[in-house]
Design a protein around this ligand. Sequence first.
Ligand code: ZN
Length: 124
Amino acid sequence: MSVVLDDYLIWEHGDIPYEGASALAPLDKLEEVIPEAVFRAEVATWARRIGVEPKEIHLRAMKRKWASCSSKGRLTFDPELLKQPAAFRAEVIVHELLHLRIPNHGPLFKAMVKAYLAKYGVNC
Ligand SMILES: [Zn+2]
C-alpha cells in the first residue's frame, strides 16, 4: 500500500483525517480489536525507536481524525485505531511521534516516516 498522509496541510499539525486514512484501511482488512494496553505498548516501543518521549498519551474518539499531536507533546489517538491493521496503526503512531521532532509535513518529515517504517519492516 502506498501511504499519503502529507496532503493535509490544511489541518492542524499532527492531524490525520479519516478521509485520507480510509483508503488505507478498507473494512474487509480490519483485524481483531487489540486491547488498549497493547496499543500503548506499541506507542512506547516506537517512541523508544524514534527517541522521543511523549508527555501524555490519550485515547479519545475524535470523529474526523485518527490522531493529533499538541505542541506540548501530548498525543491523542482515536480508539478506532485498535480495530485497524497493524501496519496502519504503526504508520499513525510513527507519524504522531515524529511530530515531536518535526512539527510539519515537509519533505524531511515525510522521508523520516518512510525510513522508520521501512527500517522496522512495516509494509504500507
Ligand atoms: Zn501530521
